[in-house]
Design a protein around this ligand. Structure first.
Ligand code: SF4
Length: 300
């Protein structure tokens, strides 16, 4: 509970205890920090997290983001693979470039890669097809498709169903950060499309760290007059979770940095403010947002 000054009525400002880095992102950031503390020149293959503020913080500590397309030009000796995971070709490229790899692939994603690999090998024997429900071009999906020698079919919307052969045994996996509802819709659409009697199995591989946040945020967002959702400009998980909050609380604002907050957002003066964020939102940034709100409301 935040105490108000004598002139201003009290305002409760609370940070959602379940928001912020998921286990996999938190582990990747700690691995990066500990590698830099050892004095390694470290580069991250792609942005370690979809949050510019956190990337800038790690950049100031010395970590650069690099891309695979110019692996030969990477200056740093050590390259970190982020929580999303990588296809086998990335490991080969780093070996050829003589780089040490710090593998921060989330253990949940590593296990999923193994399951995709095993299922694909079995499907090859049966003449079947492996389908991944996920975002085209997303790093985790690229890593998963890489486990199948590029043969897995990626479906993001029902328009992609045309890729699927109606007569082949089919196994469906999901990118870990998709929604449960979306997976159920896709599963039903594929089942409808397949010739009756064709074998079809779904692995419900959505990560509980993400999936459970939706029902939690629905309750959280409904409890406050105003919600400040803190997320990176390019965070797809952030956009999804923001929409969840906005549906139950139309006075929800998406902010990526402190400069996005303005007086209009606090008019009329709320009594209860909730601060929450995505799986890529650092705790320190949500705390800074709460601190700024206290100052703007004359509470600090
Ligand atoms: S969302 Fe789940 S699978 Fe993805 S990095 Fe976080 S903990 Fe790992």
């Amino acid at each position: 509970m935040v105490k108000a000054s004598s002139q201003q009525p009290s305002v409760l400002i609370e940070i959602d205890s379940k928001s912020g880095f998921c286990f996999g992102v938190s582990r990747a950031v700690k691995l990066a920090e500990s590698e830099m503390q050892k004095g390694s020149a470290l580069a991250s293959l792609g942005d370690i997290v979809h949050n510019d503020e956190e990337i800038n913080r790690l950049k100031q500590m010395g970590m650069q983001s690099v891309s695979l397309s110019n692996a030969g030009a990477i200056q740093e000796d050590t390259v970190l693979f982020r929580a999303h995971g990588e296809p086998p070709s990335s490991y080969d490229a780093m070996r050829q470039a003589g780089k040490k790899v710090v593998d921060a692939t989330c253990p949940v994603v590593l296990k999923l890669q193994q399951r995709v690999r095993d299922a694909w090998q079995q499907l090859r024997l049966e003449g079947g097809q492996l389908v991944i429900y996920g975002k085209q071009g997303h790093a985790e999906v690229i890593g998963l498709v890489g486990q199948t020698n590029g043969e897995a079919l990626v479906v993001q919307t029902e328009f992609d169903l045309a890729l699927i052969d109606k007569s082949k045994p089919t196994v469906l996996f999901a990118q870990t950060t998709m929604s449960y509802e979306g997976l159920e819709r896709m599963e039903a659409a594929i089942r409808n499309q397949l010739v009756p009697g064709v074998a079809f199995h779904t692995h419900k591989t959505i990560c509980a760290q993400v999936g459970n946040r939706v029902p939690h945020l629905k309750v959280f967002a409904a409890n406050y007059d105003v919600i400040f959702f803190v997320g990176g400009e390019h965070s797809s998980n952030g956009k999804v979770l923001f929409t969840v909050c906005e549906k139950v609380n139309p006075r929800t604002f998406y902010i990526s940095s402190l400069t996005d907050i303005n007086e209009n957002m606090l008019t009329p003066r709320p009594q209860k403010i909730g601060v929450c964020g995505a799986t890529s939102t650092p705790q320190w940034l949500m705390e800074q947002v709460a601190d700024k709100l206290r100052v703007m409301l004359g509470l600090a």
